[in-house]
Design a protein. Structure first.
Length: 136
């Protein structure tokens, strides 16, 4: 799934008219696979591959992939992480991805949950997406 991870990161870092999207801007480009480097300054986002389930019919092979994107904020209130979530939805809900060797069929949000860490009071938004790919 290296090609899918690359497609997600490319979507996050893409520029339109020399300008990055709003999520990239508020996170200052801090978007990592699996975990952020030690001592990374908040805010940032991390994405994970949760599952990858193959399927087929008599003519095509598919992959149904679930990814999770975690948004982190050290703000005292949930307002900042709420705004990150809105920007995430604008960027990734039903977006188009270019995934090498595949036809991207859809990317839909299937779950979102917000929490505050009781130890450090940091806010987190966990957002899951289902991605459907057809092998080309």
């Amino acid at each position: 799934m290296e090609s899918l991870k690359k497609a997600i990161y490319t979507k996050f870092t893409a520029e339109v008219g020399g300008v990055h999207n709003a999520l990239y801007t508020v996170l200052a480009g801090r978007f990592y696979f699996e975990r952020a480097p030690q001592n990374t300054v908040l805010p940032y986002a991390v994405y994970h591959l949760i599952s990858d389930v193959p399927d087929y019919n008599f003519t095509s092979t598919f992959e149904t992939v679930r990814i999770q994107i975690d948004l982190f904020s050290s703000s005292q209130s949930s307002t900042e992480v709420d705004s990150f979530y809105e920007k995430l939805k604008l960027l990734f809900d039903w977006c188009s991805l270019t995934v090498a060797g595949n036809v991207h069929l859809y990317m839909k949000r299937v779950l979102a949950r917000q929490s505050q860490d009781p130890e450090d009071d940091n806010w987190t938004y966990n957002v899951d997406y289902e991605i459907m790919l057809e092998k080309s």
